[in-house]
Design a protein around this ligand. Structure first.
Ligand code: ATP
Ligand code: MG
Length: 259
């Protein structure tokens, strides 16, 4: 069974606006793959479409993961398959504590059709232990567990919470949209260490970022560039360095020259 995430000729729009114009991308199982690209090129849209966000209309193409046509699955089924999405702007859920949210998410994953959810639920003591360990690794204060999800969280706190979710849910493929944005230097290191602990043979990651800086901490094997709704260049880590140094214009010019 292939655990590569394979995106083929993906097209998507919002209302009348065509945003993804035929994205081709394979994220190999157990590898870190970075996507870079100018503002507005469609990176977050791609992440949202992979997650099954209802605001986007997929007008063509396919996404395959573990022999499933992902576009035919509901968002919770995608999550059960091992796909995890960390958003650029996580939503706040007042009234739901961090601990309750995480426990519900874990139990949703453990639930089996036709079985009493109580029988498959994580034992409370086991959950508390995992939560405590995860929060300790991410240097989060224990009081966070009792706060409402993302409500009043600072930018950096939201990002840590996303990594905490990943730590507890153990996805096999994580899509991270600008996980580095708004992080101070210590938080960047903590978040990157969290990702590095998880990434490896059992978890691949698609990491969307603007800055080489993050890639100093989270080392990608592959780098792709998105422009105007398409992947226009694939390479290795050296591509990120080249973009950092030279910006995007040279690539635009090369592409215009080739057209
Ligand atoms: N809800 C929406 N309504 C209208 N246009 C939208 C909507 N969401 C996204 N777009 C447009 O789609 C295009 C791609 O946006 P997207 O957020 O995917 O870009 P991005 O590559 O993630 O950019 P950034 O680097 O700034 O995060 C932009 O022109 C944006 O304005
Ligand atoms: Mg974005």
């Amino acid at each position: 069974m292939s655990s590569d995430l394979v995106i083929h000729d993906l097209q998507a729009r919002i209302g009348e606006k065509e945003i993804l114009k035929g994205v081709n991308l394979t994220v190999r199982a157990g590898t870190i793959h970075a996507i870079m690209g100018p503002n507005g090129s469609g990176k977050s849209t791609l992440a949202h479409v992979i997650a099954g966000h209802p605001g986007y209309e997929v007008t063509g193409g396919e996404i395959w993961y573990k022999e499933h046509n992902v576009l035919e699955l509901e968002p919770d089924e995608r999550s059960k398959l091992g796909l995890f999405l960390a958003f650029q702007y996580p939503v706040a859920v007042p009234g739901v504590t961090v601990a309750n949210f995480l426990r519900a998410a874990i139990n949703a994953h453990r639930a089996q059709e036709g079985q009493d959810p109580k029988a498959t639920a994580i034992p409370v003591a086991e959950f508390r232990k995992q939560l405590r360990e995860g929060m300790k690794q991410l240097e989060m204060d224990e009081s966070f567990a009792r706060r409402y999800l993302n409500e009043g969280f600072s930018g950096g706190e939201k990002k840590r919470l996303e990594i905490l979710q990943m730590t507890l849910l153990k996805p096999s493929m994580a899509v991270m949209d600008e996980t580095d944005s708004g992080l101070d230097i210590d938080a960047l290191r903590i978040v990157a260490e969290g990702v590095n602990r998880l990434a490896g043979p059992s978890m691949g990651a698609l990491v969307i970022t603007h800055y080489q800086r993050l890639l100093n901490y989270i080392k990608p094997q592959f780098v792709s560039v998105m422009m105007d709704g398409r992947i226009v260049r694939d390479g290795g880590p050296e591509l990120a360095l080249e973009l950092e140094e030279k910006g995007y214009d040279w690539l635009r010019e090369e592409l215009a020259g080739a057209a």
